[in-house]
Design a protein around this ligand. Structure first.
Ligand code: ZN
Length: 287
């Protein structure tokens, strides 16, 4: 397991962590100030400053990307299928322009939540089938761009509105069916917030192995959690055994960034420099 205590070479900042403190160019400037070498930007943050300007800012700051957030939201009614496909193709194109190593997929829950306006459905079985078909379709396009896709399983609390792929096992089953040859085109993004509770997570990390482990996200789980979406904790403030999970992915050969991704109404009110300083300090001590 790598030693993170002396520097933050392997810290990546998911830019949603400070999304309310500045635009993407300001966030990139702040990363440069703090010696942060990688980011994972969100599509809306890129769009707000323009793709060309975002790509230039990344290049000029010498940053790498640890992913691109996000593709997916595959579930929809029939009227929105083309919109879903086109939207995801654009995501691949943007990721390519920005130099991302993969597109992170949040696959969608029930259609009315993942693509608002879709007819109401309670059929999660159908939603899961639709997700798999849509990933297969997106893979065809992403392969052409040599852009790997990373399925992020989300905690079951999000099954209705964000992702009906809820365990690492479920995500890896999809990988095995759609990419049985382990070509590198499809893998998983494992976020400690979503996987820490899963009694099967360690065997599933071994099953994933290096070629399916495309991204690793860190934050913490607070007790009590006041808001399931926007009350994530700073690493060390909650109860996730982050080091054990990092040890498990690194034992399989994962050698990429540990990406800090904190959606928090609390941290969004603090100055950007304070948040980044805290991220760096906690990354050295508890990640
Ligand atoms: Zn994540």
């Amino acid at each position: 397991m790598r030693d993170f205590s002396a520097d933050h070479r392997w810290l990546s900042l998911n830019t949603a962590t400070v999304r309310k403190q500045g635009d993407l160019v300001q966030i990139i400037d702040a990363c440069a100030r703090h010696g942060i070498r990688a980011i994972d930007p969100w599509r809306d943050q890129v769009a707000a400053v323009g793709l060309d300007r975002a790509a230039r800012a990344v290049r000029e700051a010498g940053l790498e990307l640890s992913g691109y957030c996000r593709g997916g939201m595959f579930t929809s009614d029939a009227a929105r299928r083309i919109e879903v496909r086109e939207d995801n193709r654009r995501t691949v194109d943007e990721a390519k322009a920005l130099g991302a190593p993969c597109v992170v997929l949040v696959v969608g829950g029930l259609p009315q939540y993942s693509r608002p306006g879709s007819a109401v459905s309670k059929d999660i079985v159908a939603a899961r089938a639709q997700v798999e078909d849509a990933i297969a379709e997106m893979m065809d396009y992403a392969r052409g761009a040599k852009m790997p896709l990373a399925i992020e399983p989300l905690h079951p609390a999000y099954a209705a509105d964000r992702a009906c792929v809820n365990t690492t096992e479920q995500a890896l089953d999809i990988c095995d069916r759609l990419d049985p040859g382990r070509t590198g085109a499809l893998g998983v993004a494992l976020d400690v917030y979503h996987i820490w509770w899963d009694p099967d997570v360690l065997p599933q990390i071994r099953r994933a192995a290096k070629d399916r482990l495309l991204a690793f996200h860190v934050c913490d789980w607070l007790v009590p959690t006041k808001d399931i979406l926007n009350d994530r904790g700073m690493m060390g403030d909650g109860l996730i055994d982050i080091k054990s999970l990092r040890a498990a992915v690194e034992a399989e050969g994962f050698a990429g960034y540990s990406e800090i991704e904190i959606f928090s109404e609390g941290w969004w009110t603090r100055p950007m420099d304070e948040v980044l300083q805290t991220c760096i300090q906690r990354h050295r001590t508890v990640v």
